[in-house]
Structures are given as structure tokens and as C-alpha cells.
Design a protein around this ligand. Structure first.
Ligand code: NAI
Length: 338
């Protein structure tokens, strides 16, 4: 099958080529690598391809999907778990199947979350710069023991559950909020509570639910107001779960004492690119960068060798099963008609 791979970076090519080569010469797919993001404007570049392979900041709205369908594209193979960037109803109308990588390495994202918690707590990002500058003073670097602290996990699917187990290992009390409580976690001592109680009782709030209409701006100004004074907020899920302006308000008031973001509402214009020689036009993002207690990584939580290997293998498997049977192995179900 010919596949137009959008938003390609060198590491995508490396891992996809390896997974494709493992199929053997007769079964391997024809992967056409494109650096541009997929959008309504660039969809024409999928010409002659039966499938497109897309990533988190590609835009698969109705216009993009209509153009893809007009060129004979039958499959969108996402190399991500999240699928909030795809208009599933439009895909159904255009008779395009959407496949994703449901589980590749929950540890990759959960461990990056822990890295952010530890770095923010002990101010590692500031200490690194201080020591390189010959400043060996400790003022301003005071942290707290994680043991005995309360961590609120929003969304206890694969990643949230993994994170909850790690935090239990630190000796934390773990609260959780999820419409579908995990009995295994409950047996380990995780207590499911409603969102207001989680926000009010947690020293660290960490987000691991998908971005849906219900979770859009889940952390807004009223939610920030419910948080403990000085609490830590971590978002490694999807940017728009957090209302960034509300969180900036929380940082200014001190309600939020530490903020770790691996995702950002408007990251599509920034992340995955080297913009170091350019002027930053996003004033909200620029404001975030001024806070000493904010740590931002550019959507790298997934970025481990194990995760990239699994993403590439599942993506190639999705394409292979679709080519062989007309159904991909991990299709996202279309929304119920209505
Ligand atoms: P999952 O589907 O296994 O778990 C999501 C959980 O969120 C489910 O248990 C679901 O019931 C729960 N949930 C849904 N709505 C909720 C709500 N309103 N409040 C609380 N919980 C709710 O997904 P997984 O694999 O754990 O991934 C979670 C999210 O992490 C993905 O949707 C994706 O957006 C993000 N992600 C980020 C990555 C990164 O590199 N930063 C990499 C991979 C995923």
C-alpha cells in the first residue's frame, strides 16, 4: 500500500522504515515521507496514496478528509493514541477508516510525568543553570518530600494507572477521578473521588484523560480556585484540557505553586520545530516562560526508543491489516449516528 506519511521527522523515518522492512520485501509498504503537517491545504500531497499516516498536530477536519477522500485515501493511520485531531463523523461520511496506536508505552508518558514532578519539586531546572553559572546558593530551591503527599490523578487509563502505581511507590496517597474506576488500583489503595474533592485535597494534580468536549478546559478558573494554595499542576495529556489563561492567573496568585506542561493548547504552531532563531508570536506562551516555577517540554513524553518502536510496529500493522482485510487492527470506532 502506498502511504503518505505527514509531519515526518528523522526519528519517524528511522523507526517506520525498520518496522516496514521487518515485513519483508514482498509485503513492505511504499512509505512516502513528507515533512509538512497535514491540513486542508496540504492534503493534496497525498496524491496516489491509499493511506495517510498522521501525528498529533496534523489537522484532520472535514475539509482535509474530503480532499483525502477525493484522492482515493481510505485509511488514516495515526501514530498516536489520542485522536482528538480527527473529525470522526466526517471520516465516516467520507468512508475513511481511522486507526490509532492505543497502547505503546504508558511507562514513557508516566515516567516523563514523574520527571516533571521531581524536577519542579526540587527545582532541578533552576539548579542546573545556577551551578553552571557558578551560583551554588540554595535559596529558592526548597522542595518537599513526596512521601505522604497527596497526588490527584485525573484519568486512570493506561497512563494514569501506571503513574498512580509509581506514585504509590513513592509513599504518596493517591486520589483519582475517572468515570470508570479501576478496581485493581482501588485494591492498591487508590481512592476515587469527584473532581472538586480531588482538586481540593491534592498537593499534585496530574492530567491523564483524553481531550473530548467534556474535558476541554477541565482546568479552568473555577477549577484553579478549588486547588490547594501552592499546589503543583502537571499536564502531559492534551493542551486544551487546561485553560492556559486561567492557569496563568493561578500562577500569579500563587494558587498554583508549580506548573509542568508537556502539551499546550496552541502547540501546533510551536512544538516539534526549531524556532530558536525566530520571534515568538504567542504572548500567552511567552508569559508562561517568564515564571521560574513553570517547566515546559515540547510534547516529548512519548519520546523513548521503546515507545517509538511500538508506535512504528503498530502503525505498520494497522496498515497491513487494512490492506489485507479492509479493516485496520486498531480502528477508532466512528461516532454513533445522531
Ligand atoms: P486511556 O484511554 O487508556 O485512558 C484515558 C482514561 O481517561 C480512561 O480511563 C477514561 O475513562 C478517562 N476519562 C475520560 N474522560 C474523563 C474525564 N472527564 N475525567 C476523568 N477521566 C476521564 O488513554 P491513555 O493511553 O492513558 O492516554 C491518556 C491521554 O494521554 C491520551 O488521550 C493522550 O491525549 C495523552 N497522551 C499524551 C502523550 C504525550 O506524549 N504527551 C503520549 C500519549 C498519550
Amino acid at each position: 500500500m502506498k502511504v503518505a506519511v505527514f509531519s515526518t521527522k528523522s526519528y519517524d523515518r528511522q523507526f517506520l522504515d525498520a518496522a516496514n522492512a521487518a515485513l519483508g520485501a514482498g509485503a513492505a509498504h511504499e512509505l512516502a515521507y513528507l515533512e509538512v503537517r497535514l491540513s486542508a491545504q496540504t492534503a493534496v500531497l497525498a496524491r496516489d496514496a491509499g493511506a495517510v499516516c498522521a501525528f498529533v498536530n496534523d489537522e484532520l477536519g472535514a475539509a482535509t478528509l474530503a480532499t483525502l477522500a477525493g484522492q482515493g485515501v481510505k485509511l488514516v493511520a495515526l501514530r498516536s493514541a489520542g485522536f482528538n485531531n480527527v473529525d470522526l463523523a466526517a471520516a465516516r461520511r467520507e468512508d475513511i477508516a481511522v486507526a490509532r496506536v492505543p497502547a505503546y508505552s504508558p511507562e514513557a508518558v508516566a515516567e516523563h510525568t514523574v520527571a516533571m514532578i521531581l524536577a519542579l519539586n526540587r527545582h532541578i531546572h533552576r539548579a542546573y543553570n545556577r551551578v553552571r553559572d557558578g551560583n551554588f546558593a540554595l535559596d529558592g530551591l526548597l522542595g518537599f518530600d513526596l512521601k505522604g503527599r497527596t497526588v490527584g490523578v485525573v484519568g486512570t487509563g493506561r497512563i494514569g494507572a501506571t503513574l498512580a502505581r509509581i506514585m504509590l511507590g513513592f509513599g504518596c496517597r493517591v486520589l483519582a477521578h475517572d468515570p470508570y474506576p479501576d478496581a485493581t488500583l482501588q485494591a492498591l489503595g487508590v481512592a476515587y473521588v469527584d473532581m472538586p474533592q480531588l482538586l481540593a485535597d491534592s498537593d499534585i494534580v496530574t492530567l491523564h484523560c483524553p481531550l473530548t468536549p467534556e474535558t476541554h478546559h477541565l482546568i479552568d478558573a473555577p477549577a484553579v480556585a478549588l486547588m490547594r494554595h501552592g499546589a503543583m499542576l502537571i499536564n502531559t495529556s492534551r493542551g486544551a484540557i487546561v485553560d492556559t489563561r486561567a492557569v496563568i492567573g493561578g500562577l500569579k496568585s500563587g494558587r498554583i505553586g508549580r506548573l509542568g506542561l508537556d502539551v499546550y493548547e496552541e502547540e501546533g504552531d510551536l512544538f516539534f520545530e526549531d524556532l530558536s532563531g525566530q520571534v515568538l508570536h504567542d504572548d500567552v506562551f511567552a508569559r508562561l516562560l517568564t515564571f521560574p516555577n513553570v517547566l515546559i517540554t515540547a510534547h516529548q513524553a512519548f519520546f523513548t526508543a521503546e515507545a517509538l518502536t511500538a508506535i512504528a510496529e503498530t502503525t505498520i500493522a494497522n496498515i497491513s491489516t487494512f490492506a489485507a482485510t479492509g479493516r485496520a487492527a486498531h480502528e477508532v470506532p466512528p461516532p454513533a449516528p445522531g
